[in-house]
Write a protein that binds this ligand. Structure first.
Ligand code: SF4
Length: 242
């Protein structure tokens, strides 16, 4: 096992719009609106998607290697973000092989359509979110991406998923929803995913139970934690319910 590294978020884009049911309780939207209320200039437009070019070179300034979650406050593949800007983000990733970057998107069709215009260095993990059966087509889009590491974020898990073909997937993360309006999470839904991962030899990380009911038990499943990860130098899944 390689040593862990510092976790970092990098937000060269901020703002987004609703994509699917997993966005219903979007923490990023709540934070953006709060910052807008507080008069923070960057969030004067609330949650409207926009680029922040002044942040593009941040990864060059981190001297020690880091695990970097890209865009905790947005979606890189949002349709309002021009391809030219997405390319700039990817070129920074390519030029910073000392860091490991994770990108998760719910705009999988745009990801697939742009994939061949972008570089796919080995220090980038690209993933899609599937929170319900209605958006399971995102897995097909992800498989079209010529990346070395493809990850599935099955959170916030909102229902029992029909079996997913994990061929070509490097990592699966799942968990329940956070916040006062969290949907409940049935542990049987998580057991299904754990068992698919075991059958396919895919590392499985169970991040958290739902906060439904106001309290969240430890992330135990059948008496143990599941914190498996692929053999790439990373700390833990993104800290957010993206
Ligand atoms: S959950 Fe993600 S994709 Fe959905 S609105 Fe929030 S930032 Fe955008």
């Amino acid at each position: 096992m390689t040593p862990d590294r510092t976790f970092e978020t990098w937000n060269p884009i901020i703002g987004c719009t609703h994509a699917s049911a997993g966005c219903d309780h979007c923490y990023a939207r709540a934070i953006a609106l709060k910052l807008q209320q507080q008069g923070v200039k960057l969030y004067a437009d609330g949650f409207r998607p926009r680029t922040v070019p002044s942040r593009l070179d941040l990864p060059f300034k981190w001297r020690r290697p880091r695990s970097v979650f890209v865009n905790s406050m947005s979606d890189v593949f949002h349709p309002d973000i021009p391809l030219s800007y997405v390319k700039r983000i990817f070129h920074v990733i390519e030029q910073c092989p000392q860091h490991v970057f994770q990108i998760l998107t719910k705009r999988s069709s745009r990801l697939a359509s742009l994939a061949h215009d972008l570089p796919w260095p080995d220090n980038l993990m690209i993933g899609v979110t599937i929170e319900s059966n209605a958006v399971r087509n995102r897995l097909d889009d992800l498989k079209q991406v010529p990346a070395r590491y493809r990850i599935l974020s099955l959170e916030p898990l909102l229902e029992r998923l029909a079996p997913l073909d994990l061929n070509g997937i490097s990592w699966v993360i799942t968990g329940g929803e956070s916040g006062p309006r969290a949907h409940p999470l049935n542990p049987d839904w998580v057991r299904d995913i754990r068992d698919w991962c075991a059958a396919s030899g895919v590392p499985f990380w169970f991040k958290q139970h739902s906060e439904y009911g106001g309290r969240r038990p430890p992330a135990l499943l059948d008496g143990r934690f599941y914190h498996e990860k692929p053999n790439i130098r990373i700390t833990e899944p993104n800290l957010f319910n993206f």
